[in-house]
Ligand binder design. Structure first.
Ligand SMILES: O=C(O)CCC(=O)C(=O)O
Length: 493
């Protein structure tokens, strides 16, 4: 059974690279400084130092670049104890809220891991990252020595042997000018590398620990793929296959084409006016580009007007975006999803009959038992690892209330903004990918005709490199689709 995202409430205040929360924290910092103009406590001094730094840059510039976010997190986390003096000197809600929202050291480490992930998926050189250059866009400042060694340490903690060694060596070359310090650091690096190898061997020999590691490792895409492949084809468990799969994933994520498909261009595009009396399509036929026929995957260009896209982003922010939870495939427990970094919310009260009609017109399916629209916002590094949307109704770990309308027959995914770089939706098993484009919609069937899940629909939201990404998902359930997509006894009949 695969993981399925659920709507639940998150407890406490949590901040990740979520653009909304980062922005809120920047605003709060500003407000606190404005309201506490006088005073000379160490907390206020520190807050002013950070504020002076922040003020030099546009907020959007800060939150849309991974190295900037890393710097910000580190600065806040390291100043946490000095900043906590503020609460004593200037007791008030804003100060409290700001202190509660400050990133901690764990989040700094997670951001370092994000940098490692971007490096791996998009093949960015360590020298570029240290220089603050990410795919041609510069950070407000290059990395400094401690930031560099923090990334090396994150690689060590994630047992990424080669990355640890490479980062460590680059950090020494860039930042260490004294021979004595360089040789001491190299010696320590070599000892730690040996420790790393030993740890990895120990973990490999314990299947329970390996599972734990796979859940926690940031680079567990390959493990995930391996797990999924072993469920779909019994003999296909070689590392080589997984590596090939990961190569495809990287190629698709990095593509600068609007879409990558194996279909010849001439066969791909149609104007869709609908087969029934759908007035909406007669007035404005859909620009459909097919990417695959088995399973059917298609993009509808310019499906959503920009005003509606903005409205959905706004509504979701008002309702409040939360960290998604998922059902663990191994234990069946509801847990914070490590596979998806991004904030989401459902919009059950969205009253937009035009949008509803558009969803029905695009899919040709009944929306009577569809899920409410789900809006997701990813910040820099935000991604969703390879997964499928169906959850196999009847699977023992899936709650009945969640599945009473049948499985997720089809997915309709709207892109609500343009992403500066990254964030493509890719289907590695089909060799296809789509770059987010504001207003376009991606549609695919998740199930075969007989209701079985189609594992070729394995798909992923690639990490966002620069900027942020907003999407809205509409999941059509199998119930009530007897006329629009009749089922059959065989998978493909
Ligand atoms: O972010 C994306 O492009 C994919 C999102 C997705 O797969 C999902 O929400 O289930």
């Amino acid at each position: 059974m695969m993981t399925a995202s659920l709507l639940t409430t998150s407890s406490g205040v949590d901040v990740d690279a979520s653009p909304g929360e980062l922005r809120r924290l920047l605003d709060l910092h500003h407000e606190v400084i404005q309201s506490a103009m006088t005073g000379d406590t160490s907390g206020l001094q520190k807050a002013r130092t950070i504020f002076d730094w922040i003020q030099n840059f546009e907020k959007d510039v800060l939150i849309s670049h991974p190295i900037n976010v890393f710097k910000l997190y580190k600065m806040w986390a390291e100043s946490a104890s000095a900043l906590s003096d503020l609460a004593r000197e200037f007791p008030g809600e804003k100060v409290q809220e700001m202190l509660m929202s400050l990133p901690d050291r764990k989040m700094v480490k997670e951001m370092a891991v994000t940098i490692l992930r971007l490096q791996a998926v998009y093949n960015i050189s360590i020298s570029d990252l240290i220089a603050g250059s990410v795919l041609g866009r510069s950070a407000v400042k290059p990395m400094d020595k401690s930031e560099c060694f923090l990334v090396a340490d994150a690689a060590y903690e994630c047992l990424m042997e080669r990355e640890f060694e490479d980062w460590h060596e680059h950090c020494i070359e860039h930042f260490v000018s004294y021979d004595l310090e360089a040789s001491a650091r190299r010696e320590s690096s070599s000892t730690r590398r040996q420790e790393l190898s030993r740890k990895k061997e120990e973990l490999n020999s314990s299947s329970e620990m390996t599972q734990k590691l796979q859940r926690e490792l940031p680079m567990d895409i390959m493990a995930k793929v391996q797990e999924m492949k072993s469920q779909t084809s019994a003999n296909d468990d070689s590392n080589k296959q997984s590596e090939k799969f990961f190569d495809t994933y990287r190629r698709l994520c990095s593509s600068v084409e609007p879409s990558t498909s194996i279909l010849p261009p001439a066969e791909k595009c149609i104007w869709h006016k609908g087969s029934t009396s759908s007035d909406i399509l007669k007035l404005a036929p859909l620009k459909v580009e097919f990417l695959a026929y088995d399973p059917l995957v298609a993009i509808v260009h310019e499906a959503l007007d920009h005003k509606t896209a903005r409205k959905l982003r706004h509504q979701a922010s008002l309702v409040g975006l939360r960290t998604p939870l998922s059902i663990a495939s191994t234990s069946g427990r509801v847990q914070q999803s490590a596979a998806r970094t991004g904030k989401m919310t459902f919009l059950p009260d969205l009253d937009d009959p035009r949008l509803e009609r558009l969803c029905v017109a695009i899919s040709g399916l009944s929306a009577e038992h569809a899920e409410p629209l789900q809006v997701v916002n990813y910040g820099v590094g935000g991604h969703y690892e390879p997964h499928v949307d169906y959850f196999s109704v009847g699977g023992e770990n899936v709650s009945k209330t969640y599945t009473e309308n049948g499985d997720r027959l089809a997915t309709l995914l709207f892109y609500l903004n343009d992403v500066e770089f990254g964030g493509a939706t890719v289907f590695p098993a089909l060799g296809l990918g789509v770059r987010p484009e504001k207003g376009s919609a991606l549609f695919w069937y998740n199930l075969y005709r007989n209701g079985d899940g189609d594992s070729f629909t394995l798909h992923s939201g690639c990490p966002v490199v620069l900027g942020q990404k907003w999407i809205a998902n509409k999941w059509f359930r199998a119930r009530g689709q007897e006329h629009s997509r009749p089922c059959a006894l065989e998978r493909d009949s």
